[in-house]
Design a protein around this ligand. Structure first.
Ligand code: ADP
Length: 473
């Protein structure tokens, strides 16, 4: 199916008020793939008005009715998975096989929240006065402004939409201008699945103007954002005057700890996968690699061996295991971090050619935990390796970051596994597990990695206000 490349506002697919457009390009080739209307504050306001008009009826729909629409969206996504994956692969540069996994993951959120909303229960609180009763109930927060990044163009919007729609909210979604096509396709599938007009609106274009309108407009009650800590902070400040709820999934600098007692082969397999999935452009991926010194050289050799097998190339070619970075700017930024580390004394255990946006897997040893390459969110297939002496040293290095999204640790020692689960300062901790993320599990960060959770029953509560209802006879 050909998906629309227009704004979705109320029941209409339409252009920008002034007819302006912007070009969406393909990271693999640099070629233009679509012209999309460039919305600003005016179109965003129209979308907020459409969402406000649609939300009361959607709120009053039964939970079963909302749940059924969520399931219908999931079914449509699965039925269209090849076409959606192709679109996602083209606009984001991720290989088809990974894009297919993202479609399934996105559908999983609609399935999970389609069930979860039916099972949501309030509770009764016993009152000492027999003529009075108290109960706790939930009501949707209202209109939600959702802002999503380019690295998960389908899954990032799906996580927010599934919970919001199930809860009875209406949404104005602003996807990244680099990858709006998957979000527009999702909106089309939702429309065809029976989601009433106005419950999901999509505007893209001038990010600052749209963000300004979403944060200033009194009808918007929650800003749900995934992106950089810098923009998350700005949005939170902009939400303060209106005391809007915020749910923020921000940056990370996940440590990947390898202890001498670990299954080194498995740790190397998992790290190679984390570093190359989506070319390392995932907020929850392993950023810094901390290795116990006694196994350092052996582990680096195992990692290099695996990364040498990575096939970098055209995301639409079935043989490709890693595509390009999202843009030339992104590739320059990663190259700058690598060159900076080499200038500081790092040694390249593995590096390769850099062509335009294509960046070969790179392993750097001898890095410092305070170097820019270890402090920054790399967002590329680069593994800076840092040695540690013992568990206390490893934990100190791991937690020495303003971020706290994820942490990974590989060890066979059960006592150490428990200690690390307590000591590592992160919202998601994977012990011998590179990806503990499924739709029924809460995902989110501590410290400067965010506020709130996506997935699980916790993720649904972000879109609900708790109400206390007292009745006296
Ligand atoms: P990334 O590093 O992933 O590009 P950003 O935080 O820059 O992270 O972008 C994430 C999302 O935030 C994108 O949809 C982007 O367009 C949007 N965005 C960028 N600047 C603003 C802003 N000032 N207000 C609202 N949204 C913004």
């Amino acid at each position: 199916m050909d998906y629309p490349t227009l704004l979705r506002i109320g029941g209409d697919w339409r252009g920008a008020d002034d007819g302006a457009t912007f070009t969406v390009g393909e990271p693999a080739t640099g070629a233009a793939i679509a012209e999309v209307p460039r919305a600003g504050a005016g179109e965003c306001r129209a979308a907020i008005i459409a969402a406000s008009a649609a939300q009361p009826a959607w709120r009053d729909e039964t939970a079963q009715g909302r749940g059924m629409v969520c399931h219908a969206i999931a079914e449509r996504l699965i039925a269209a998975r090849e076409a959606l994956a192709r679109l996602r692969a083209r606009e984001g540069g991720t290989p088809l096989a990974t894009a297919l996994v993202e479609v399934d993951y996105a559908a999983g959120f609609f399935r999970f929240y389609g069930d979860e909303i039916v099972h949501l229960t309030g509770r009764a609180i016993a009152h000492p006065d027999p003529r009075r009763s108290l109960r706790v109930d939930y009501a949707p927060v209202g209109v939600v402004g959702a802002i999503t990044p380019w690295n998960l163009p389908l899954a990032a919007p799906a996580k927010k939409l599934a919970a919001a729609i199930a809860a009875g909210c209406a949404v104005v979604l602003k996807p990244s201008e680099l990858t709006p096509l998957s979000a527009l396709a999702l909106a089309r599938e939702a429309e065809l699945a029976g989601l009433p007009p106005g419950v999901l609106n999509v505007v893209c274009g001038d990010a600052a103007a749209i963000g300004g309108e979403l944060t200033a407009h009194p009808a918007v009650r929650l800003i749900a954002f995934t992106g950089s800590t810098r923009i998350g902070r700005q949005l939170m400040a902009a939400c303060a005057p209106g005391l809007k709820h915020v749910a923020l999934e921000l940056g990370g600098s996940a440590p990947f700890l390898v202890f001498a007692d670990a299954d080194l082969e498995r740790a190397a397999d998992d790290l190679a996968t984390l570093k190359t999935t989506n070319a390392g452009q995932v907020c929850v991926t392993a950023n810094r690699v901390l290795v116990e010194r006694v196994v350092h050289d052996r582990f680096v050799a195992l990692l290099v061996e695996r990364l040498r097998r990575v096939r970098v190339g055209d995301p639409l070619d079935a043989a490709t295991t890693m595509g390009p970075l999202i843009s030339g700017e992104a590739a320059e930024r990663v190259a700058g971090l690598v060159d900076g580390a080499l200038a500081q004394g790092a040694i390249a255990a593995l590096s390769g050619p850099r062509r335009d946006r294509f960046f070969a897997p790179t392993v750097l040893t001898g890095c410092g935990n305070d170097w820019p390459i270890a402090r920054a969110e790399i967002f590329g297939p680069v593994a800076p390796v840092i040695g540690f002496d013992d568990e206390a040293h490893a934990v100190a290095l791991a937690n020495d970051t303003p971020y706290g999204l994820a942490a990974f640790a590989y060890t066979r020692d059960p006592g150490r596994q428990h200690r690390l689960a307590r000591a590592l300062d992160a919202g998601v901790i994977g012990i011998n597990d590179p990806r503990p993320l499924i739709p029924s599990a809460p995902f989110g960060g501590v410290k400067q990695s965010g506020i709130g959770r996506e997935g699980g029953s916790e993720g649904l509560l972000e879109y609900l206000d708790t109400r206390l209802i007292g009745v006296r006879d």
